[in-house]
Design a binder for this molecule. Sequence first.
Ligand code: MSP
Length: 539
Amino acid sequence: MTRLTFYVTTPIYYVNAAPHLGTAYTTVAADVIARYKRLCGFDVHFLTGTDEHGQKVAKSAEEAGLDPKSWADTVVPQFHEAWKLLEVSNDDFIRTTDERHEKGAAAFMQRVYDSGHIRKDHYEGWYCIHDETFFTEEQVGPDRVCPDCSRPVQLLKEENYFFKLSAFAEPLLEHIRTHPAFVQPEIRKNEVVSFIEMGLKDLSISRPMTSLTWGIPLPFDPDHVMYVWFDALLNYITAIGYGEDERRFDQYWPVDWHLVGKDIIRFHCVIWPAMLMAAGVALPKHVFAHGFLLAKGEKMSKSKGNVLAPADLVARFGADAYRYYFMREVPFGGDGSISIETMVLRYNADLANDYGNLVSRLTNMFEKYLGGVIPANPKMPGDWNTLDGELIKGCESLYADVDSALETLQFSDALKEVWERVRLTNRYVEDSAPWNLAKDPATHGRLKEVLWRAAEAVRIITLFVWPVMPAAAERAWDQLGLTESLGTIPQATGACMDVDEVPDGLRSCALWGKLPEGAKVHKGEALFPRIYEDDSSIS
Ligand code: MSP
C-alpha cells in the first residue's frame, strides 16, 4: 500500500553568503508545512539545497582566494548547521554540484534541444551578476544599473544558445487561467499574468566557456555552460530522480508547493513552467511567493548591513520561539516588519503567558490534586451550552480550521486558531476554578472532570503546536504523560494510508476523547520562561 505523497521545496540558496533570516524564513515555512503533512499521514518529501554555479558564486570564491567548488564546500556546512539549529527536517539537500544534478540537468537540456526549443544566436545586452539576470538596454536605462537591485550591470556580446520562451506565452496564460491556484497569492498571479501579457522574449540560456567556465557544460555543445537559473531550477526534478529513477520521480512529481520569495516569482512562474512544457514534464501544482522581512522598514540585505543572524536570535529565544514568531507575526505572502521588541512581546504574551503557563498550571494541579494521574474519561456533557460544551466544541473544530488555513499556507491564521483554543482553555480553567473544587470532597468528581477536560484540550492543541514548535510540543506531550512520539502519530494510529485517500492521522488523533486514563502527568520545567523587558542582551 502506498501513501499519498506531498512534495515541498525551498529555493536553493546561493553559496555566496551564509544563511540569514530571509533564507531561514522560507525554510522554516517549508518545514512547518512538511511537518504538518507528515502528522496528517502523507509521505512527505521536503527538499532544500544550494545553488553553486554561475558568475556570482565564482566571484565570491575568487574574492576568498578559492576555486568555486572549494568555496562552496566551506559554505554548505553553514547551511546544514543553520537548518539543524532551526529544527528543519528536510528529507534531502541538493547541491547543484552533485553528480546527480549535473547528469539530470544535462539530460533535461538535451531533451529540450531535441524537441526543437533551443536555437543559437548572437546575444548583445546587459547582465546583472548579483541577480544573475539578463536585461535589455531599455531596462538598464542611461545609468546602466540593474532595475531590480540598482547595481551596475555589465555588457555582454556573446554567441549564446536561446530558449524559445516566446512560444510559451499563450500556453502559460492558458495554464494560469485553467489552474487558478497555480500562482499564489493572488497579487503575484496578477503580476505574472501582466508580465506574460507584455510579451515574452527568447531567453539566453548559456554562456560561452570563454566568458564563464563555472557551470554545467551543455550536452550538445560543451564549449558553453548552462545559464545558472536554468541549471538551478532543474534541482527540483533532478533531486527526485529525473532522467535516472523514473519510479521515484513519478512518486513525487508534480511538486505540491514551491515556496519562493516574491523577487524570484518570474523565474518560477514563467521560465520554469515553460521549460517543463518544452520537455513534456507536468507543471508544479502550486508556487507560493512570500514577501520580504523588513528590519527597520527596509529589506534585509548584506549591503544594507541590517542582516540579523538566525543563530543570535535562537540563542536568545530558542528555536521554537524563533519559528513561532516568524510564522505568527508576518502573514505569509505580504511583507512584514520584524524587531526584537515585538519578538519579546509575542514571546511573553503568547508563549510564556498563554501556552506555557497553561501547561505548567495544569500539570501542577494534576500533581497537587490527583496524584499526577489522568482520571477516567468523563461522559460528554448533557448540555452543550456550558463551559464544558464550549471547550469541547472549540477543540473539535480546531483541525478543520487549521487545515483550511494551511491549505493556502496561511501559517499566521492557523496559529491564531490554535491560540484561540489556548485562551479558551485558560478561560475554562479560570472559570471552573479547580482550586475551589479541590477544597470540598463533594466537588472532587467535578474536579476530576475539569482537569481531564483541560488536559484533553491541551493534548489536542499540542498536536497543532508541534509543526511550528516541535521541541516545546514534545515536552508538553511528555508532561501530560503521553508516551508515543508526536512525530510518529499517523503511523502509530495506523490511520488511513490508502492510495488516493487523504490521510486521516491528525484528524482522527485530534478528535475529542483520546486522552488515556492512567497516564502519569508530571510538572516539568517551564516551556517558555518569561523574558524581562530590561534584559537587552540583544538589541
Ligand atoms: N539561488 C536563487 C534561487 C534559485 S531557486 C531555483 C536565489 N538564492 S538567494 O539565496 O538569493 O535567495 C533565496 C531566497 O531568499 C529568495 O526566495 C529570496 O526572496 C529570499 N530572501 C532573501 N532576503 C529576504 C528577505 N529579507 N526576506 C524574505 N526573504 C528574502 O535567489
